[in-house]
Design a protein around this ligand. Structure first.
Ligand code: TXA
Ligand code: MG
Length: 334
């Protein structure tokens, strides 16, 4: 498979229609969402969904999120839907909250990796909602990056990662949020966060009125929650600003470039060091984090150093992604 990726313009109706047609023909389109770009296939078309796994090199036991356009479609994918869904949907949909529910029997195992649960969300992106409304099916869409790599927040990132492997990308510019949705498991008595995201534990608790669990130390038994994920090809490490300064002072003459992502002030004038300063505002930081990692991964650096972000409720998704981006895999699967 070596296809040139067609760039479709999300503001043009004819391009939206073309994205719909490609999906209806059983092929893949990278679509914009408010979080990251997704690699979308008709969730009712098993052969199309299989292509997602091939293109991403994703193990078949890593289930996919199904994207729908309205709450009334949820019962096509899930069953035994608890009343709390209505409260959550009213407050957070369309938006970056994925709900894990019991799967409807009609949903093929390919989507759920053979599990009895299904992950569903309504994305908050106008062109994607247009596509979903025209299709009248759900779209299975993982992030549009090779397995375990940095998620794409621009069409350029999609093309860099999946060039030659997919038909088209629907270009809606950079994603507004820049980090993947929160995943909330509603299939057990105790509600729990499976993946931290832009909708934080506190935001959910405020809306539902009681405490939820958020066990997020690395736990293989939670599907898709791998120790290493979101990884640049360049070795990446988390450290404090003073540790970064020490590393710089130890850098020998003529040593290879290093990349630095920081949000505190750091003054360096050295052409072998490329720095990207992100905002200390969480939303702005999230929006540009993956972009910064993609950029520094291109400069052929020996390593990327990332200033450790705050570790609190509102930064929990950033912290989670960076821990995984910097983790070292002790198995041989990388
Ligand atoms: O923001 C997002 O959620 C983006 C956009 C495209 O919507 N999608 C995304 O998908 O991040 P993906 O496949 O990269 O990550 C989805 C995660 C995976 O870790 C997967 O294992 C988990 O959701 N997941 C999906 N279905 C599941 C299930 N039935 N049980 C447990 N985990 C599930
Ligand atoms: Mg992903």
């Amino acid at each position: 498979m070596n296809k040139k990726i067609k760039i479709l313009d999300a503001v043009k109706e004819k391009d939206i229609l073309q994205a719909v047609k490609i999906i209806q023909e059983g092929n893949l389109v990278a679509v914009p969402t408010e979080t990251v770009y997704g690699l979308a296939a008709d969730a009712r078309n098993v052969d199309a969904v299989k292509k997602i796994f091939t293109v991403k090199n994703r193990p078949s036991n890593h289930p996919l999120i199904v994207h729908i356009s309205s709450l009334d479609k949820l019962s096509q994918w899930a069953t035994d839907i608890p009343p709390i869904v209505e409260v959550l949907a009213k407050n957070f949909w369309p938006g970056p909250l994925t709900l894990l529910l019991k799967k409807n029997d009609k949903v093929d195992d390919i989507i759920t990796g053979g599990l009895s649960t299904i992950a569903v969300r309504i994305p908050n992106n106008k062109p994607l909602l247009q596509v979903l409304n025209l299709l009248d099916t759900g779209l299975a869409a993982p992030s549009a990056n090779p397995h375990k790599r940095i998620s794409p927040t621009t069409p350029e990132h999609v093309i860099a990662g999946l060039s030659g492997k997919i038909d088209a990308v629907l270009d809606d510019g950079p994603c507004n949020i820049g980090l993947e949705s929160t995943i909330l498991d509603l299939t057990h008595h105790n509600i729990r966060i499976l993946r931290h995201g832009p909708i934080t534990k506190k935001m959910i608790e405020t809306v539902i009125g009681f405490a939820i669990e958020s066990p997020l130390i690395h736990e293989e038994s939670v599907s898709g929650n791998m120790k290493t994920h979101y990884q640049p090809y360049t070795k990446t490490s988390l450290m404090s600003l003073s540790e970064i300064e020490t590393q710089i002072s130890l850098l020998g003459n003529g040593e290879k470039k290093i990349g630095i992502i920081h949000y505190s002030d750091l003054k360096i004038a050295c052409e072998d060091i490329k720095t990207i300063q992100l905002s200390n505002n969480k939303e702005q930081y999230s929006k540009f984090l993956y972009h910064a990692l993609h950029e520094l991964d291109k400069i052929n650096a020996s390593q990327i150093l990332v200033e450790t972000p705050p570790h609190n409720d509102s930064w929990s998704d950033v912290f989670d992604r960076l821990l995984k981006a910097c983790a070292v895999d002790d198995s041989s699967s990388r």
